[in-house]
Design a protein around this ligand. Structure first.
Ligand code: SF4
Length: 412
């Protein structure tokens, strides 16, 4: 127990110390610091050769991605990832004004890392919102400038394709301007299977009723052996990719995630990102990539120690460098906390998600520090500007709505 008391303050202290350093020295790693670091490396150093390729905008291989994870020094990775980020989005960091609806945490599946689902265990903690309750949640935002609702939850055996299609239609009747980003590929695979329709038919029905895009959840780790170990009974990697490919073909963009920091190895992360990079080459339908950190509270993998902040930052940086055809990399602040989110903005991240408005329980139930995740627009702007970046409000597909930076009063 004493160890816990020592370890927790230390990790927080570490984050704070790095953050203080960032703020006080304005340590934004730009091109010049990258070339300074490059000059310290020998010409034949493989890491230097990888950096030179990246600077020349040449795609790196799986082996080179793996080498970055295994041999890349954190400061160097941050500088290179920053270079990639700034080449795409300059000094901008995006956020949106959104809220979540989690219709239920009852789930037919049994993912070992999940702290959220309730079917096999503690039924008293389960919830299943009625249609009326869900529509009331939407009505709560009447007159408020939110642009997106994010709908995901457990896979409830009685909430099917046609129920959700009808629900989306009613949400759009209340709020026609709201972008509906809904249902992970895991939920979609189950609802299409139960409704006995193809993914294409199912997605077309949802689109016709008002669904605009898909979130990126349920990808976890694509490697089949690891997937079998941590989430054996839900949709396969091939199904996840097929559903997203189908959605892209139908004009529904999506996001992609990766659950890291559990039993996977670096090679599995590279394999995961390589499959996403290949699909993105084909469809260009992914808006952003969101690494999701494994949190260990109250799940069947609680014995696994969570990875450090350093590992989080390294992961963001390698993802930014490797995924050369993804325009955006998101740090999901309710998952990693506000301080680490600020740090990530110097490791390739250009998006911090949204205001959330205390409308998700997924990460607080898994042990995230923010028990009631909610930030006002002003707080989000402060968080972004605190490390020298420009805050830009965006819509779901990254069209800029407003640039809040003090030096740029323009409305984009
Ligand atoms: S991660 Fe999703 S699919 Fe898996 S048990 Fe939890 S809610 Fe269900």
């Amino acid at each position: 127990m004493a160890g816990v008391f020592i370890l927790i303050p230390f990790s927080i202290l570490l984050t704070e110390v790095i953050l203080l350093n960032l703020k006080s020295t304005k340590l934004v790693m730009k091109k010049n610091s990258l070339s300074e670091i490059l000059n310290t490396l020998k010409r034949e150093d493989p890491i230097r050769k990888i950096a030179e390729k990246v600077i020349e905008n040449v795609r790196i291989s799986d082996d080179e991605g793996l080498r970055l994870y295994e041999k890349g020094e954190l400061g160097f990775l941050g500088a290179l990832a920053n270079f990639c980020k700034e080449r795409i989005s300059g000094n901008h960091v995006f956020f949106n004004r959104n809220f979540h609806i989690e219709p239920t945490n009852i789930c037919v599946f049994d993912c070992k890392f999940c702290s959220y689902s309730r079917l096999l265990k503690q039924k008293e903690d389960a919830w299943a919102l009625s249609e009326e309750q869900i529509l009331d949640l939407v009505k709560n935002y009447d007159g408020m400038p939110v642009t997106e609702v994010h709908i995901v939850g457990g896979v409830h055996p009685k909430m099917g394709l046609h129920y959700f299609a009808g629900l989306i239609k009613k949400i759009k009747l209340i709020r026609p301007d709201l972008h509906v980003k809904a249902f992970t590929a895991v939920e979609l695979e189950y609802m299409c299977r139960k409704a006995k329709v193809s993914y294409e038919e199912g997605l077309k029905i949802l689109k016709e009723h008002g669904q605009d895009s898909l979130p990126g959840g349920g990808a976890e780790i694509f490697d089949e052996a690891i997937r079998k170990e941590i989430c054996e009974d839900k949709c396969t990697s091939a199904q996840w990719l097929e559903i997203h490919e189908t959605a892209h073909r139908l004009g529904m963009p999506s996001n992609a995630t990766m659950l890291y920091g559990h039993v996977e190895k670096y090679s599995h992360r590279i394999d995961h990102m390589q499959r996403l990079r290949n699909l993105q080459d084909k469809t260009k339908g992914f808006n952003c990539f969101i690494p999701l950190k494994f949190r260990n509270k109250d799940n069947q993998m609680s014995h696994i120690t969570e990875v450090s902040v350093i590992e989080d930052l390294k992961n963001y940086a390698v993802a930014r460098i490797f995924l050369d055809n993804f325009n955006h990399l998101k740090a999901y602040w309710p998952m990693i906390g506000r301080s680490t989110t600020q740090l990530s903005l110097n490791f390739g991240v250009d998006d911090v998600d949204g205001t959330i408005d205390d409308s998700t329980k997924i990460y607080s139930m898994a042990g995230a520090e923010d028990k009631n995740p909610k930030l006002t627009t002003q707080q989000l702007i402060k968080l972004i500007e605190g490390v020298g970046r420009e805050a830009v409000e965006r819509d779901t597909v990254y069209r800029a709505i407003k640039n809040y930076s003090a030096s740029s009063a323009e409305i984009c």
